[in-house]
Design a protein around this ligand. Sequence first.
Ligand SMILES: *Cc1c(COP(=O)(O)O)cnc(C)c1O
Length: 223
Amino acid sequence: MIKENLAKIKATVPEGVTLVAVSKTKPVSDVQEAYEAGQRIFGENHALEMRDKHEVLPHDIQWHFIGHLQTNKIKYIIPFVTLIHSIDSANLLEAVNKEAKKHERVVDCLLQFHIAQEETKFGLDLDEARQLLESETFKAMQNVRICGVMGMATFTDDMEQVRKEFKHLKDIFNILKKDYFEDQEQFREISMGMSDDYPIAIEEGATLVRVGSKIFGARNYMN
Ligand SMILES: *Cc1c(COP(=O)(O)O)cnc(C)c1O
């Protein structure tokens, strides 16, 4: 089923948009199946789970971290992570930079924005992002590279609400691009859209979509 699901989704994802297969809570055998069907980019939201999967699966997999990252867990993923989607505070970015330096890596990161109505979701607002990007601490960081923005829409059936939130994230991207990253080619990613709303996210300018249950089936618990 995973292979068929992947094929169906890939057929709806245009060139220039990257599919992140979200394998959180799913067994290694499921990831392996998707891998054999050609998928190479996987997303996880728990550091230890991602580390454990990384250890046993083929090493040409690109692992994207998409969940709230606790500073004491950074060390588990820094040696191999390809992209951290979920930088939601200046402190977290500073801690990632510090750990990346130990490993002599430059780690690609996205700034996560709070675009949903729910209070529970993590993320920065535009003012906080400006403060971060204008700080001397940020300017001194040599081991992280900001490649764009990420956001999660409200969990709702109201697709017009979801569309509005994606438009908001795109606006934030455009503002940051113009004010801070105009001449920096790497700042080009907009990570938005999940199983239920990724087609709308693509219409609104997503470059990365994060799809889990539509590929691997429903998860047993909310995560
Ligand atoms: C779980 C998760 C996804 C994928 O969700 P699905 O609805 O299963 O596609 C995408 N992004 C984040 C941040 C997630 O935690």
